[in-house]
Design a protein around this ligand. Structure first.
Ligand code: P6P
Length: 326
């Protein structure tokens, strides 16, 4: 983990500057990441002023997931689609809030990437001022044709970039391009995301587990056996109920985040393409592990855009401890 230092003591490397100096980030990808960061600045301004701007609470309609949409879900989704539609490198957009992938009209040679996102994960927590976030995954657009969904139904190993923006006590952008994890903080004074750490690494072990134990009786027996092990081994429990916040804590402090299969969600609750895969990529790039059952999560071949999955991710030794009980 490398802290950024300068002679002035100020953090002076912006996201845009940092991306321009990376050989693994072409102009199209850099433009997309800057658009996502820009959308994050617009969204955080609303999140910060939720009750003032009258954007707490739900709207009438229900989204494709069958969940009541929060006002900020609708706003965040629209902002991300507007920003990414301005980007010639984006050919396909998939969102938790859109039933089908959106295919953008692009000149030949443009539209080389697909961008998938959960615009505001954990949005129901907005009403209580709890950290929420935007989660994104970027794939190469394998070619738009009649089966346009195929352009994004790729395993997580194919992600060219992945990350999240956490709207917490500070606004953080955590990003991987497949060569380690970098963390940026939004500086309110300049409106820039400033690089604060390169090569973020997750501790290999930490006795913290993060799970909604209310569903314990619904979990498969192996997960119940793991919880008995954790209770007998002096583990602490931490669960915010907002994936971006729980995963960010796990990334920096260590531990394991789990969402097992339940009776209500036998495949697991979290979405594979735009929640589990980007988080799994971040955790693996930071030296951790991400499984579904005993299978590497990033190798799951998606069948549907809004496919759900169970998730076990975090410190390598802690993920192994869960897997030993399954
Ligand atoms: P539960 C938020 O609704 C979310 O999609 C994730 O952010 C979070 O990890 C999970 O659901 C919480 O689910 O069933 O524990 O409330």
């Amino acid at each position: 983990m490398t802290e950024q230092r300068t002679t002035s003591g100020e953090k002076l490397i912006t996201l845009d500057n940092h991306l321009r100096h990376r050989s693994d980030c072409d102009a199209g990808l850099a433009a997309i990441l800057n658009e996502i960061a820009f959308a994050g600045k617009i969204i955080q301004n609303k999140v910060r002023r939720a009750r003032i701007a009258d954007v707490v609470g739900a709207v009438e309609n229900v989204n494709v997931q069958g969940e009541q949409q929060q006002k900020l879900d609708v706003f965040s989704n629209a902002v991300l689609i507007d920003c990414l539609s301005n980007c010639a490198a984006v050919g396909v957009i998939a969102s938790e809030e859109e039933e089908q992938a959106l295919i953008l009209e692009r000149r030949k040679g443009d539209g080389e990437y697909g961008v998938l996102f959960d615009p505001l994960d954990g949005s129901s927590n907005i009403d209580f001022a709890v950290g929420v976030g935007t989660i994104f995954s970027i794939l190469r657009n394998v070619g738009v044709d009649a089966s346009t969904q195929a352009a994004i139904l790729q395993p997580g190993t194919q992600q060219v970039a992945a990350g999240y923006i956490l709207y917490g006590s500070s606004v953080l952008l955590v990003l991987t391009l497949g060569d380690g994890v970098d963390m940026y903080v939004l500086d309110p004074a300049t409106g820039s995301f400033l690089l604060v750490q390169e090569k973020v690494s997750i501790p290999t072990a930490k006795k913290i587990y993060s799970i909604n134990e209310a569903y314990r009786n619904d979990f498969p027996k192996g997960y119940q056996d793991y919880l008995d092990f954790a209770h007998a081994s002096g583990y602490a429990a931490r669960y915010i109920g907002s994936m971006v916040a729980d995963v960010h804590r796990t990334l920096l402090k260590g531990g394991v985040f789990l969402y097992p299969p339940t009776k209500k969600n036998p495949q697991g609750k979290l979405r594979l393409l735009y929640e589990a895969n980007p988080m799994a990529q971040i955790i693996e790039q930071a030296g951790g592990k991400a499984l579904v059952g005993k299978t590497r999560l990033l190798e799951v071949k998606p069948e549907k855009v809004h496919q759900r999955t169970a998730v076990i991710l975090g410190s390598s030794q802690e993920v192994d401890a869960v897997a030993r009980h399954l």
